[in-house]
Design a protein around this ligand. Sequence first.
Ligand SMILES: [Cu+2]
Length: 647
Amino acid sequence: MAIRHITTLLLCVIWGLPEATPICDNSNPCPFTGGQELSVPTEYSSDGTGLLNVTLTVDLTPHTVDWLTIHRRTYNGEIPGPTLRVRPGDKLYIKLVNNMRSDNVVRAEGHGPVSPNITNLHLHGMHVSPKEPHDNVFIEIGPGNSYQYEFDIPEDHPAGTFYYHHHIHGNSHFCVGGGLVGFIIVEDDVSTMSSELSAISCPLNCHKEVQLAVGTNFRYTFLETDPILSYSNLQKDLGDPSRNLDPLSSGTDTMEDWLMDPANGVDYILTNGQLWPKVTLTVGEVKRFRIMNGATIEVLEITIKELGCEMMVLAWDGIYVDAPYRTRMVVLSGGARVDVAVRCWFSGDFTMTSIMAEENDPVLASEYWQMRFDQNLLTLHVEEKAAVFGLEYFPTSLPAHPGYYRDLRTIDDSEIDGRFVIEFGPEHEVNREHFKDAAHYRYKYKVGTIQEWYIINTEQLKPHPLHIHVNHFQVISYNEYTHPWGALHPVNKTKSAYYDLQGNLCDQQFLHFAHNLDWPTSNTPSFKYHGHHNRSRDSIPAYIPLGEWRDTINVPPLGSMTIRFVADRYTGTQMIHCHNLNHVDRGMGLVVEVVEEGESIHGAFTASGGAYPGTCRRTDPYPDVVTGATNFNGGGHDHGHDHMHGH
Ligand SMILES: [Cu+2]
């Protein structure tokens, strides 16, 4: 006994005493390690019955990351919420139950904070009606209430990756950032898929699909200290259980203090509610990743760090690309989704990461740090193959688009029924004003018409992701109107040059946003960020290849783009907004009204201040709809097409 004791003692002296594993919990924080097997969201499927009837309950529930347990607003207690699998032609009934507790927060005038306990639902990217009881985002469901949503998914709805999320004006950044997102997957019809695509897709090969809901930033509910949208303070006042204010065992600091201390480096975005989870593949195996950027402000520039894996783009925002293409990086603004086929050639661990790639600077503006995310997302754990089976192939062809997503790049100008301008500006303005309400539509057009819209960003340092409800749009061109050569002001070389839709150099506009950005005098603006950088546009991953269809698109700083779409099928009030949710919460959105064929399209509300988007002059009248085409040039001819094309 004694000898054994002495031996043990000696061994301890030689090898060191076995270290006690530190107990990390909510009162004893320690570095996070992550690394668990990726969790798969609960799935509800219509299974070919033509109906999916689900209940989603929003409540504050505990969520554990490593050793840390925090309370978050969730759907059915999960982050992300359950995945809903439907097929074209299905009815999707969602009963949304708000189980959160009531409070006495009254919705303020303007764009201040609203109760964090009211909720609703938006089917992001789905081609469904924006009217009640369908995808009306202006419905508000208070604590203790519920709402029965009904969605009729058209027979010709594209198969792809979509998502649902909370969409209350004012608290969307707070609530979506906390976890109120979930996938909707419209499944393919086996008969329309190539064998290679079917081999990596549901319904026959669901085990090949990997869903990645990237987004929940677990610091948001602590860090939202903005004076306008001060959810942090509001939560304190409400005694909201998502606050972690108990002191740590080591002193008076709270868990929130620890999380917010930059020294602890807790700048994590979670994937499926997990930190750096692990996905297992075998060598040469192809899997289909459905990736959602469910974050509220961050742009993801996703790549696989080590050499040895390939990525093949299949679809963006739920719409298949014309043909699969290889990529080294996919860039997703908040709200975007991508389907990529992934294959690795060696065993070992590979890192799927989001990097702030310098090559994307002209489009994404790295100085605006908040919107770009430099962190690992997950590990691809690649195992040796036990036996050599046949090679697994990437798909080489993809299902065709429905008719309403036909190619609009080559149509004649005369086929365009209406034109409109969306101008993102400083102070969270769209078309030089803040969002009013659902009744104040800024443009009116007829269902079934072909629309050509110009999207302009007058900000020098911030990109903004545009999201249009109901219809996807096709990217026609970049920077035809703001001029690719406009890097420096031709006279005053210390300024950026910015041109309007007619090719006029806009001094006033520059002063307008320069004033608002309030640059320190010692810090002259960088001329790197123009979105005009078409010199090597095709090699910059953050530029979207022309001709692709999106429901969310990054609009570069001082950049512009032309998009087209068919206003297919649905009338009603449609929301157009920046998908940086803390921007739209502050008013960065507007509504348009789609009317029946026989109805008048006159009478869009005049914006405040006589704002005239897309021009230098802020005193020109807001464009009213006079004929089929929006007469935003104040002249009879189409627009600046002639002198803009072909330079
Ligand atoms: Cu924005």
